[in-house]
Design a binder for this molecule. Sequence first.
Ligand SMILES: [Zn+2]
Ligand SMILES: [Zn+2]
Length: 240
Amino acid sequence: MEPLLKTYYKRYLSEVRRLKPSTVKHYCDALNNITRHLQGMKMIEGSIYDILDLHQLKDLRTILFADPSFIAQNKKGNQMYSAGLNNYVKFAEGTNLLGLHHDVAKLDMPMPVRTEEPRHYEAKHWARSDILREQTLAVADYHCEMDGRHQTFVAERTHKPYMESHHAITIHLQSRFSYSLDVYANLICLCPVCHRKIHYGLRDERREMLYEIYEKRHERLAHSGITMGKEEFADLILAD
Ligand SMILES: [Zn+2]
Ligand SMILES: [Zn+2]
């Protein structure tokens, strides 16, 4: 069965962008070529369309675009491979779908999509403790650590104000550190708005938040084996 994202992408190119079948084929051929290239590099097993994680897709692109044999091939092909992948990434991240509104129904499959067998993910994840998360909230007395006055709502589960725990230095940077990032010193209790903001807010505003967290936590982080300067701390997190 064709991967779902491949079908959607083809429908997007033909039904929404209204490209000629030959152009659609061009785009798809470029991605098939990229699939083979990434397989050759042992970066993926299935096709590029089987990647369901945007972060991973973008990481693969970065790696591919730095690969000498890909660079050479892409040059020969007048950059059509890189253009094809860039277009697909724009589709994947939704940039290409802005303002689609009622046209989105054109992407719907003509037939209901059968479910696949549940997939087994072999990817490794750094373990993070739910217990620590819960404790972080209690330790902060269910107050947002950016500003204790931030209001949320009462959570059914705890009958306490709803709060979220956040890793100041994200766990997926663990491989760069010799000591665990899943420690109290690195965990912060945030209200949901501050939590979304620290992940998705404007860069400058996120930097300000990170400086504040650094001031409050750098000594405890150092005790936990995580030593760095303020700028280094902010840059590391913002670059991710
Ligand atoms: Zn977080
Ligand atoms: Zn807050």
